[in-house]
Design a protein around this ligand. Sequence first.
Ligand code: NAD
Ligand code: UDX
Length: 434
Amino acid sequence: MNVVMIGAGYVGLVSGACFAEFGASVVCVDKQEERITALRQGKIPIYEPGLEDLVRKNADAGRLSFTTDVAGSVAKADLAFIAVGTPTRRGDGHADLKYVYAAAQEIAENLQGYTVIVDKSTVPVGTAREVARVISKTNPDADFDVASNPEFLREGSAISDFLRPDRVVLGVESERAEARLRELYRPLNLIEAPLLVTGLESAELIKYAANAFLATKISFINEMSQLCEKTGADVNAVAKGMGMDKRIGNKFLHAGPGYGGSCFPKDTLALNRMAQEYGVGSRIVEAVVEVNASQKARMVSKIREALGGSEADKRIAVLGLTFKPETDDMRDAPALAILPALIDRGATICAHDPEGMDEARPLLPEAMEYADTIEEALKDADAVVLMTEWNQYRGLNLRDVRDTMRGDVFVDLRNVYERGLMEAAGLQYTSVGR
Ligand code: NAD
Ligand code: UDX
């Protein structure tokens, strides 16, 4: 089975490497030359645990290669996946589909023999049909089908999510396309991963509905965290008690600084936009977006209050910048909303992140300082803010922390620690919803 993956980013690279692991012959295409040059040398442009080894293993076995040449790779492909970005379009919240249609156009110009063109990017309902239209218009003789195969992997655990998925969704319209996709995913039969076959529209909407529902759980518990703070309840206990009900489930009920990342923020906006365009609205998801913005703003006030009412002239050590641990991705990280607000009010910030500092630098104010070690970040700090729950920050020696700092304020935005331990180490502890 010959597969071409257009786009070698977080999704394209992981999917390409995993399809190669399944035994397919995969070519990953990216228009960024430096990315392809690096990949050919075995250098992985993103931080994703396990990806470097998987890429090397499959490249060495001759099943995975990298190119900027769409033409040659598409001509040989049985399946051409589109895994390019679909960022928020400026101004209206819609998913910007220009990269998807540009990829479709390039695929169309180079098709030879029957090919299935598969949207792996997250795209609004109707995009697969539009991709088909672009292809037919560009190449009226092309023998092809379109399909939708949305991707549910999480950054940080992308490879295990891909190799052991809860389900694979295939939106198809022809038996030929379904047979090809089933053949590609056949190795998952061994672990009995469910394969859900639907129409194109349902597959496209499943992806948005799933992401919006997960974001809803997070905004719900974040809203509860505020009520917990007012009433004296503990949000961890509330989430635990809720999650023990199997109808609710215990996942994605962890209160924090608000969801970030390359998917939830943009996909909730795009879903709202889509619902508006179809004239039906999506009041719940609109509220989810609003609650998420106010949760980030609430974190700024929380830090200010912990500092005694003003962050002016205070030195703050920030542990963690990325939107979640085990990734270097800074897209829509809560840090990007919270830290500039503190700097605007006169705080000095020194941040540490195990993998995200290079990505963060161009996105954060120039006044930010960065530390190579946790200790360097903590030095002379009036307060510590634990922003992202990297493992490195879960087992801090709290007495050492207190001794290295100037002040004694510890703001734990991920509820990693317990108040008793903090107070025993002489730290004033603030967390979320407790
Ligand atoms: P990304 O920005 O990391 O990667 C996209 C890549 O596509 C870039 O390297 C870019 O250079 C390349 N590209 C763009 N146009 C191209 C073209 N015409 N030819 C060749 N290469 C081209 O994006 P990502 O995070 O991998 O996301 C891709 C899609 O997958 C998005 O729709 C996203 O919503 C979806 N998705 C992402 C995740 C995630 O965790 N990142 C999870 C599930 C779904
Ligand atoms: C998400 C979806 O989980 C995945 O299925 C989809 O394919 C892409 O988007 P990802 O963005 O990589 O994955 O990370 P995820 O683990 O879902 O976390 C997203 C954000 O929500 C992070 O900022 C995280 O800190 C936050 N979060 C998650 C919470 O605040 N509380 C939780 O309980 C879970």
